[in-house]
Design a protein around this ligand. Structure first.
Ligand SMILES: Nc1ncnc2c1ncn2[C@@H]1O[C@H](COP(=O)(O)OP(=O)(O)OP(=O)(O)O)[C@@H](O)[C@H]1O
Ligand SMILES: C[C@H](N)[C@H](N)CCCCCC(=O)O
Ligand SMILES: [Mg+2]
Length: 214
């Protein structure tokens, strides 16, 4: 399946990268982080690449690598650069495998500005991608998840479902019920996060991913 999947989250630091690694491994997809901000602690692309075991997936190079650990629009402004959505869309077509999925990861959450006028949501629409939303489990995640869900519903973006991150929390059930989006699965707290963990989670996610993307 040459699906285009965009992984967003209910915020930053919620587990998009670890989820992207598990989904990429489950689908033997390619991975791409079009815009990486903050380089001091390494990149999401390097993290995903270090967590994959299959010999099919390709991690494509970022279109923008920006120094500041900030929103893409701000990190680009600080370097006098402009992030061009048309270039991202063109590259996505170049990177899209013919018979496998392309998993793309955003920076932060759904309404993070990509440049001075367009948001991550505008990028998702331009990419014509289906969305997976990562929701970390914490007190307060219902509100953050529902804000994201309402915007996605309002704009009609096709949503595959939720990937919950962390040990089980009843918020998962409320978020599924109130949003109407299905649960793809949950990635438990890992110690450590390594290839074996990602392989195990990929196997657990695989069936529901294939069912919900059919
Ligand atoms: N289930 C988990 N088990 C253990 N560590 C986790 C888990 N989920 C996330 N982490 C850790 O929490 C930190 C943030 O997770 P991650 O980088 O996946 O967030 P993110 O949503 O991709 O952030 P960004 O918006 O910067 O891309 C990382 O150090 C990651 O290893
Ligand atoms: C620096 C780190 N890589 C994050 N992906 C950047 C997240 C930007 C969030 C912007 C915001 O919502 O305030
Ligand atoms: Mg990330």
């Amino acid at each position: 399946m040459s699906e285009r999947i965009f992984i967003t989250g209910i915020g930053t630091g919620v587990g998009k990268t670890i989820s992207a690694a598990c989904v990429t491994e489950a689908l033997q997809a390619d991975y791409w982080k079009p815009v990486q901000t903050g380089l001091l602690e390494g990149t999401d692309t390097d993290t995903v690449g270090s967590l994959l075991s299959n010999n099919v997936s390709v991690c494509h190079p970022e279109a923008w690598l920006l120094q500041a650990p900030a929103s893409p629009h701000l990190a680009a402004r600080l370097e006098n650069k402009n992030i061009d959505i048309d270039r991202i869309v063109a590259l996505s077509k170049q990177y899209q495998p013919r018979n496998r999925a392309l998993v793309m990861e955003g920076a932060g959450g759904l309404l993070v500005p990509i440049n001075e006028t367009l948001s991550t949501l505008d990028l998702i629409l331009a990419l014509n991608a289906k969305v997976l939303v990562v929701a970390q489990n914490y007190l307060g995640s219902i509100n953050h998840a529902m804000l994201t869900a309402r915007v996605l519903q309002h704009t009609g973006v096709p949503v595959i479902g939720w990937v919950f991150n962390g040990d089980y929390h009843t918020n998962e059930d409320d978020i599924v019920r109130w949003s109407g989006y299905p649960k793809v699965g949950r990635i438990p707290q890992a110690d450590p996060v390594n290839k074996a963990f990602v392989q195990q989670q990929a196997q657990l996610l695989s069936a529901s991913l294939h069912t919900l993307m059919a």
